[in-house]
Design a protein around this ligand. Structure first.
Ligand code: BTN
Length: 322
């Protein structure tokens, strides 16, 4: 792993013109040759730095660089970022950190997942360098019955990020698929370690298809990406940081005021509300209309006979949407 000199990086980022090695040395209190070595390190870390004789150094557009400096939010969520080139699953890495007592808000992010995990025992297609694959470690003081609210908070964070920061018209398919034009662009997998009454820690895994173009045969017809929706490429670091910032805001509201404080925003973005849905779970399959999301994050549906049922988990499909 390359150690990045953050001060030097900031000096370069804050300057519109070339800065000489001598001036950088003065600013950082080190020799010109030390600056040269640090510049090599920055290049190794992926930064494009020009060096021109008699002028000095200049950083060109920062590319799609995933590291703790580019992603640090300085907030509870995302102040400690751990980056990997490849892991089996960021959720698995994050769970290990949770067991070792790593602090709340820590984020594990990887360029590639060899066995990315999806919900209901499925796999998550994680093409190297194309998507955002990250997991957030949380230690909320809540009962396990409120766990699904955290997934809903994460879904809302991704949806708001895509809409507000990237101009993508996303919606949430309850509980946690982010959908654009009826196709899935992001999935969320929440896992918990704890006892019946107490949560020790929670890992929220977020997979966003950013610049992906190809998908496995089994998800091809129902998956999309930010690139496929807009014909534009996005920097994964911007996407990840934006989602972390939105999640920080929403998670704070949830932990201080409870899910009811977020319910309206969630429902406004949830594409199921007011629609005919088909509920498929372990016990039964039935058709109903989705009415609202309750304080525990369950989907309240009305059956044909007018009776209401809360759907806790399982699959919900909407006509016209996968
Ligand atoms: C789903 O099935 O919709 C949930 C997909 C969750 C995928 C993400 S990618 C980052 C994190 N690590 C994993 O192994 N899975 C989640």
């Amino acid at each position: 792993m390359v150690v990045i000199n953050e001060k030097l990086l900031n000096c370069l980022k804050n300057s519109n013109d070339y800065i000489s090695g001598e001036k950088l040395g003065e600013m950082l209190g080190v020799s010109r040759s030390a600056i040269w070595k640090e510049i090599q390190n920055l290049r190794r870390a992926g930064y494009d730095i020009e060096a021109v004789t008699n002028k000095g150094y200049k950083i060109n557009n920062v590319g799609d660089i995933i590291n703790s400096i580019e992603l640090n939010t300085g907030k509870l969520i995302g102040s400690n970022i751990i980056c990997f080139d490849e892991v089996d699953s960021t959720n698995e890495e994050c769970k290990k950190l949770g067991m070792y007592g790593e602090k709340e808000g820590t984020v594990v992010i990887a360029d590639n997942q060899s066995t990315g995990k999806g919900r209901l025992g499925r796999t998550w297609d994680s093409e190297k360098g194309k998507g955002v694959y990250m997991s957030i470690l949380l230690k909320p003081d809540i009962s396990p019955s409120k766990l699904s609210c955290i997934t809903l908070c994460a879904g809302l964070a991704v949806c708001e990020s895509l809409k507000n920061d990237f101009n993508i018209k996303a919606g949430i398919k309850w509980p946690n698929d982010i959908v654009v034009n009826n196709k899935k662009i992001c999935g969320i997998l929440t896992e918990m370690s704890g006892q019946m009454r107490k949560v020790d820690f929670v890992v929220v895994g977020i997979g966003i298809n950013v610049n992906n173009k190809n998908f496995n045969d089994d998800v091809k017809c129902k998956a999309s990406s930010m690139f496929l929706c807009t014909d534009k490429r996005f920097k994964r670091s911007y996407v990840a940081k934006s989602v972390l910032n939105h999640f920080d805001k929403i998670y704070k509201i949830f932990t201080t005021e409870g899910f009811l404080a977020i319910k309206d925003d969630y429902e406004k973005n949830c594409i199921n509300i007011g629609k005919h849905v088909c509920v498929i779970n372990k016990y039964e399959n039935f058709e109903a209309v989705a009415i609202e999301v309750d304080k525990n994050g369950e989907l309240v549906v009305m059956r044909r006979d007018g009776s209401k049922t809360s759907v806790f988990s399982g699959e919900v499909s909407i006509r016209g949407v996968y």
